[in-house]
Ligand binder design. Structure first.
Ligand code: FCB
Length: 439
């Protein structure tokens, strides 16, 4: 299969997962700094204090990207590095880090794709309620505008929010991620305010008049465990909650009816008046795809009265089923439901139990995973899906949130003891795909 010239092959990372030096040069603490330093939240007490030490080794990492032949690099800006209190005073040293990185990428001919928010909210904004406080809309758009002004001449591709569903669900409803809240009212405020914040930032970007901006959403088919009506309904509930909660308001200007029936009472008062403002998807959709779910009705589940049923199939180290057809399904579904928007795959990849032996990592399973997913993306493009690029998660092994350093997603292996990087077999394979544009 041949991909078009100019197709943007890249790799992705996020600030808290790779940078380390969390409080260096005047940076403020983020909610992930606090959360990971709270005993019991992250496996083995791991934190992002050092991570891949990318804040200090970014030149070496840039050289690796060049060696791999990446056409694009998706990374995120740490909000509290740039604005230690989340608003007001700018920390020039923190912003300088990203200016140099962007400049370095430019010199290397690698297109930057900048995620404005990938989960590391300034802790001082969390003290004021974080995403549950409506003021966050202004805080976020001011922060986004600052980045547009300072990096906008060199950055064409922008992403407002990474996986807002995960922020709301895991951060505010189940408490598994920072800020660790279990409050459904806070969760639906976080949904609503993220939608408003995204739309505001899109408008701020348009005022600057350059570049393309979108949101990165985590999507996955939700298939019923059996044809029974109960299971079909259960799968629909999950499908709506996961796949449509953000995209329906952005593209269609309305929350899905079934969400309003189940959780409408948890939305902030007067939300109806905001729907016109929210109908602003931006220029493209960023798709983060990893797996599907098979769902059965389960009256004992307090949340959506449904549970996931594990399949007899290969799974990754995360326990996620390897299901490449799901990527094709998600891309074609987006095309059909939302009028054929432009898309980028902003994340896709897999964790496996990689071993470094004789300076090599033979991760054939990752090569297979990527090949199969690339082929499904290519097929979707042949059928009219407007897909412009593909960011593999991740450039290198890193801090996998609550799993700490125990899950490895990288194309490049990181030895955390020495900070040595070793390109995995999958990295070399990907390099050839990029060079030839062919699989
Ligand atoms: C996504 C996150 C990303 C990474 C991958 C494995 O949900 O956006 O930071 O952790 O999962």
């Amino acid at each position: 299969m041949k991909f078009p010239d100019g197709f943007l092959w890249g790799a992705a990372t996020a600030s808290y997962q790779i940078e380390g030096s969390s409080l260096a040069d005047g940076a403020g603490p983020s909610i992930w700094y606090r959360f990971s330093h709270t005993p019991g939240n992250v496996v083995e007490g791991h934190t992002g204090d050092i991570a891949c030490d990318h804040y200090r080794r970014w030149r070496e990492d840039l050289a690796l990207m060049k060696e791999l032949g990446l056409k694009a690099y998706r990374f995120s800006v740490s909000w509290p590095r740039v604005l230690p209190e989340g608003k007001g005073r700018v920390n020039e040293k923190g912003l300088g880090f990203y200016e140099r990185l962007v400049e370095g990428l430019g010199e290397a001919g690698i297109e930057p794709m900048v995620t404005i928010y990938h989960w590391d909210l300034p802790a001082s904004l969390q003290d004021r309620g974080g995403w549950a406080n409506r003021e966050v809309v202004g805080w976020f758009s001011d922060y986004a505008s600052l980045l547009f002004k300072r990096l906008g001449d060199r950055v064409r591709l922008w992403i407002t929010l990474n996986e807002p569903w995960v922020t709301a669900h895991l951060g505010y409803a189940t408490g598994v991620h920072a800020p660790g809240m279990r409050d459904i009212f806070a969760a639906f405020r976080a949904v609503h305010h993220q939608l408003l914040a995204h739309a505001e930032a899109v408008r701020a970007m348009r005022a600057e008049g350059r570049g393309e901006i979108g949101i990165a959403v985590n999507l996955g088919p939700q298939h019923p465990a059996s044809p029974s009506e109960e299971d079909v309904r259960a799968a629909e509930r999950w499908d709506t909650y996961l796949n449509r909660l953000f995209l329906d308001p952005l593209f269609l200007g309305e929350y899905p009816g079934s969400i309003l029936e189940t959780f409408g009472w948890a939305l902030p008062k007067g939300w109806e008046k905001d729907t016109v403002k929210i109908k602003e998807p931006g220029d493209f959709v960023g798709v983060n795809y990893y797996t599907r779910a098979v769902v059965a009705h389960d009256p004992r589940d307090p949340f959506l009265r449904a549970r996931q049923v594990r399949q007899e199939a290969p799974h990754t180290e995360m326990g996620w089923e390897v299901y490449p057809d799901g990527l094709y399904e998600v891309l074609t579904w987006l095309r059909d439901r939302y009028g054929g928007p432009r898309m980028y795959i902003t994340e896709n990849g897999a964790a496996f139990s990689d071993r470094l032996e004789d300076e090599e990592v033979k991760d054939e399973a990752r090569v297979d995973y990527l090949r199969e997913h690339f082929l499904r993306a290519g097929r979707a493009m042949e059928e009219g899906v407007d897909l412009r690029g593909y960011m593999v998660w991740s450039l290198m092994d890193n801090f996998e949130w609550t799993f700490g350093y125990t899950k490895r997603f990288g194309l490049v292996y990181v030895d955390y003891e020495t900070q040595k990087r070793v390109v995995k077999e999958s990295g070399r394979w990907y390099s050839n795909v990029i060079a030839s544009g062919e699989i």
